[in-house]
Design a protein around this ligand. Structure first.
Ligand SMILES: Cc1cc2nc3c(=O)[nH]c(=O)nc-3n(C[C@H](O)[C@H](O)[C@H](O)COP(=O)(O)OP(=O)(O)OC[C@H]3O[C@@H](n4cnc5c(N)ncnc54)[C@H](O)[C@@H]3O)c2cc1C
Length: 276
């Protein structure tokens, strides 16, 4: 049976991670509980962050938001400051699973989980968010664009924890859209998800579930009309599409669904930007 440690300061939490054998951070536990029951995950020690003060704080200002790792996904979709400052991120958190999962799952646990199908990283990629990673050596910033290093792998060291996520404010007048398509059920993991941000002539697209890691693509839309922008988006995204076949669909199906998802998201974001 693994030990559950409940530190009451961040310093104590990182100390525990540095000295304990085979230790893992325990956030909301929604992923950990399932993986332990399935016999996939074996940890000797869990370091639970629930009692560490300050980790549920959301700081918001004109530059953006700084979100503590124990903020629930539900708060990310409902907090008025998050919705006003980074509406694309709020939309992506809103689409994770179901209210039960969103009420329990944490922002830090979501990104640290590292799954290629996660919805929120699509928005964090296009918004240029950064992860604060803390260990006994101090705190460093990792751009989300460099965070997902391989299939189920992240840039976190084993003794580091996510101590915050910083999301820059969405530029005024930008257009945005998050779209997600699932094949097994409305609240299921996606076959394809896309977060799109149109700012000036730049279009950023974050893609989930379409490749072994979340992907980010961008293109210059200067001088393009509505249909040309969609065509350019599909062309830019094509090299990033490398779906993994599974129970939710084969490669051809997932590739087709990815293209539909991208087209819908780009059309909506483009229209909002043009009308804004
Ligand atoms: C039924 C179901 C459906 C789901 N569907 C979706 C979906 O459609 N879209 C989607 O995006 N996600 C989906 N998820 C995944 C869900 O988003 C994750 O389970 C959740 O975000 C993980 O957060 P948590 O706080 O519960 O993490 P935990 O379960 O506590 O931890 C997950 C991982 O992150 C690590 N970790 C936790 N906190 C930190 C931290 N602060 N620093 C470093 N490492 C940490 C843990 O050690 C572990 O490796 C689904 C999950 C379930 C159970």
């Amino acid at each position: 049976m693994p030990f559950l440690h409940r530190p009451t300061t961040l310093a104590e939490a990182v100390d525990l991670l540095s000295i304990l054998d085979n230790a893992m951070v325990y956030g909301g536990g929604t992923a950990i509980q399932i993986l332990v029951k399935q016999g996939i995950l074996h940890a000797d020690n869990f370091v639970d962050l629930a009692l560490v003060p300050g980790l549920r704080d959301i700081e918001a200002g004109p530059q953006g938001v700084r979100v503590g790792p124990m903020v629930s996904l539900r708060r990310m979709e409902t907090d008025e400051r998050v919705r006003a400052t980074v509406p694309l991120a709020a939309a992506a958190y809103h689409h994770v699973a179901n209210p039960r999962v969103r009420n329990t799952a944490s922002v830090g646990g979501n990104i640290a989980h590292g799954d290629y199908r996660l919805d929120p990283p699509t928005a964090l990629l296009v918004l240029g968010a950064t992860v604060e990673a803390t260990s006994v050596r101090g705190t460093r910033e990792i751009p989300v664009r460099e965070f997902f290093t391989g299939f189920q792998q992240t840039a976190l060291e084993p003794d580091e924890l996510v101590s915050a996520i910083r999301i820059p404010a969405q530029p005024a007048g930008s257009g945005h859209r998050f779209e997600k398509n699932s094949s097994l059920g409305e609240n299921d993991w996606p076959c394809a998800s896309a977060a799109v941000l149109v700012t000036g002539h730049e279009v950023h697209i974050g893609l989930g579930a379409v490749a072994p890691t979340p992907r980010h693509v961008t293109f210059d839309a200067r001088g393009l009309d509505d249909q040309q922008a969609v065509d350019a988006a599909l062309e830019a995204a094509e090299p990033a599409l490398d779906p993994i076949p599974d129970v939710r669909g084969g490669v051809a199906y997932k590739r087709a669904l990815a293209r539909v998802t991208i087209e819908d998201a780009v059309r909506a974001a483009w229209k909002e930007h043009r009308n804004g």
